[in-house]
Design a protein around this ligand. Structure first.
Ligand SMILES: CC(C)(COP(=O)(O)OP(=O)(O)OC[C@H]1O[C@@H](n2cnc3c(N)ncnc32)[C@H](O)[C@@H]1OP(=O)(O)O)[C@@H](O)C(=O)NCCC(=O)NCCS
Length: 158
């Protein structure tokens, strides 16, 4: 059974780091690998004070996917998600994308996402669960689509 647990300790932040680094290649802004010291600062400065909300999806004791809700200076909340490499294609990417949207909507705000045009999996998930395309841009040679979700598609609503 998959359970969602908050990133609320340095140990969980470290589990998040390992997962996130497996997904770094697909990120739209920072594709670099994150080391333990940077992650500890990230936990202390962003997660512990509640600026960024994060959760892990566990299969039993094993962390298999994550979601982050990241605010920007204009008050928008951005979704960042990823799935352990060997566990892709099981519906986990859709599950954490939906969970992120539910968490933003529970705050009364839409959720935003940047997705590379060539990221077929996340493009499919966004279309399925109710994101709509707002704009597109080119960053470092990649086409990036900007999506927003105000309401999940009925089959994914809580
Ligand atoms: C993108 C990612 C999150 C998808 O996660 P996943 O668990 O493999 O996706 P799911 O199993 O939930 O698949 C959901 C749907 O997308 C489809 N899909 C998933 N990966 C796909 C791919 N590479 N190409 C085409 N379709 C894909 C699935 O077939 C499924 O469609 P269906 O319901 O019609 O069968 C995962 O590949 C990942 O972690 N990638 C690296 C990080 C990343 O890209 N994060 C998002 C950044 S914006």
């Amino acid at each position: 059974m998959i359970t969602f647990k908050a990133v609320n300790s340095p140990e969980r932040a470290e589990q998040l780091r390992v997962l996130r680094n497996e997904c770094a290649f697909a990120m739209t802004r920072d594709t670099g690998l994150i080391g333990p010291n940077r992650q500890r600062r990230f936990f202390e400065e962003k997660i512990a004070p509640g600026i960024i909300e994060g959760f892990l999806a566990f299969d039993g004791q094993e962390p298999v996917a994550y979601g982050l809700l990241v605010p920007d200076d204009e008050g928008r909340v951005w979704s960042s998600t990823g799935v352990k490499a060997e566990r892709r294609g099981e519906g986990l990417g859709r599950a954490v994308t939906v969970e992120n949207a539910r968490r933003a909507h529970a705050r009364g705000v839409p959720i935003w996402a940047e997705v590379r045009r060539d990221n077929a999996g996340q493009q499919r998930i966004c279309a399925q669960v109710g994101y709509r395309l707002v704009s597109s841009l080119v960053r470092e040679g990649f086409v990036v689509d900007v999506f927003r979700c105000d309401r999940l598609a009925p089959e994914y609503a809580a």
